[in-house]
Design a protein around this ligand. Structure first.
Ligand code: ZN
Length: 152
């Protein structure tokens, strides 16, 4: 007995789908984002057990799993811990390639924040580079209220 697919060469069709979505940021992330919007200030949560200051803040500590406690202000300056150069346009970022993405540890924080680098020669980007946040004049309560971090 023959199968209807015996005479058909299988093909793979490549495509893309767009799936817009929204979600409730929650109390911890909302407080962080509102601090960026209203005060141009970074805040973190301090773990009561291991004393690490988490930025972006977390409701529970990823190191010891304890619930985090007090809010703590941290600097808008910090150090690039690692980075990558983006060379392909995904169409979703405010910058056109090439640009740099970095993990930035703000002064006073124990964890890194992922963000864009701007006003920088990409050949000069390195771990240890000191950078400072550049805030957008029109802020709406999202991480891109910080346009990018630039070298200081
Ligand atoms: Zn902890």
């Amino acid at each position: 007995m023959s199968n209807v697919w015996d005479d058909v060469e299988p093909r793979v069709y490549e495509s893309r789908i767009k799936v817009p979505y929204t979600w409730q940021a929650g109390e911890t992330a909302s407080n962080f984002l509102l601090s960026l919007k209203n005060d141009k200030k970074f805040v973190g949560k301090k773990c009561d057990k291991c004393a690490k200051v988490l930025v972006p803040p977390r409701k529970s500590c990823p190191y010891c799993f304890a619930e985090t406690g007090d809010w703590q202000d941290v600097s808008d300056e910090g150090v690039v811990e690692t980075f990558t150069i983006v060379r392909r346009d995904t169409g979703i970022m405010p910058m056109k390639p090439p640009y740099a993405y970095a993990v930035i540890k703000l002064d006073g924080a124990d964890t890194g924040l992922v963000h864009l680098l701007g006003e920088v020669d990409l050949g000069e980007v390195r771990a240890g580079l000191r950078v400072k946040a550049v805030f957008d004049e029109e802020r709406t309560g999202k991480l891109l209220d910080v346009k990018y971090f630039k070298p200081v």
